[in-house]
Design a protein around this ligand. Structure first.
Ligand code: UDP
Length: 238
């Protein structure tokens, strides 16, 4: 399959049309942003890692009954995905307090929750992705009640599968963001990416951060952290 016109360029990926109207090609970039786009930088090798990591995780999820947009990895950075219309919600699942949760509720990072939490943000750059609940999402017609139920159930299932998968790599899955899409038949599939850009990943033994917080907080060793997660992922599939 070949790229035709570029449909969209986001912060970390470009999306191209193909000769088949049912498919797109996503191309992962090394560009990184944080704090609502205020901090910009490059993480060398990130595009290739995030592409390959996302694809391996999506295939694992598919094997456990989670429908995803994944079709075929074309190259280091490029992947064919099903064309979807993205539900304009960022779905965040948390297992351990960190980031904006810790800030918002005035608690330290690292509190292990008895049960995972879910929250939604309205995916809207102009409004800076405001937090909303499912009633707001319904009122704004961002999704139907049935779609919201499906998305919640899928997100918690993805959490259980990812948590167990990362644990085998001696990594704790702290929190992560998912996006979902609608296929032409109206069914909901997991879309976007699952990578150290979109997950907080802590080494289970040392609690070292192995994710984008190294970039956000200028902790150094950003490239090494991404490569380390990829190395453990490859080792775990040997
Ligand atoms: N996240 C993301 N994209 C966003 C916002 C959050 O991928 O636009 C991920 C983030 O990497 C973390 C989780 O969602 O793994 C929870 O992020 P949080 O709400 O704590 O916000 P942050 O501290 O990243 O601003």
């Amino acid at each position: 399959m070949e790229k035709t016109v570029q449909l969209y360029e986001g912060k970390a990926k470009k999306v191209f049309a193909t000769d088949n109207d049912n498919y797109c090609i996503v191309s992962y970039k090394d560009d990184a942003t944080a704090f609502d786009g205020l901090k910009k930088g490059t993480i060398s090798g990130k595009g290739a890692i995030n592409n390959q990591m996302t694809n391996r995780l999506m295939q694992m999820l598919e094997a456990h009954g989670v429908p995803t947009h994944f079709v075929e990895e074309l190259s280091e950075r490029d992947t064919v995905v099903k064309k979807v219309s993205i539900v304009p919600l960022e779905v965040i699942i948390r297992n351990i307090s960190a980031g904006s949760f810790a800030k918002r509720y005035g608690v330290e990072e690292g509190i292990v929750f008895d049960a995972p939490t879910i929250e939604f943000s309205y995916k809207n750059d102009d409004l800076h992705d405001p937090l909303l609940n499912s009633y707001h999402a319904l009122a704004l017609k961002l999704a139907t009640a049935e779609e919201i139920d499906t998305i919640k159930a899928m997100a918690f299932k993805v959490n259980e599968l990812l948590k167990a998968f990362f644990k085998k790599m001696n990594i704790d899955l702290v929190d992560f963001k998912l996006e979902f899409g609608r296929l032409p038949d109206g069914s909901i599939v997991l879309a976007d990416e699952i990578s150290p850009d979109t997950c907080r990943l802590w080494d289970s033994t040392t609690h070292e951060k192995l994710d984008k917080d190294r970039f956000r907080r200028d902790l150094g060793g950003v490239e090494d952290a991404y490569a380390e997660v990829m190395r453990r992922l490859m080792d775990s599939s040997k």
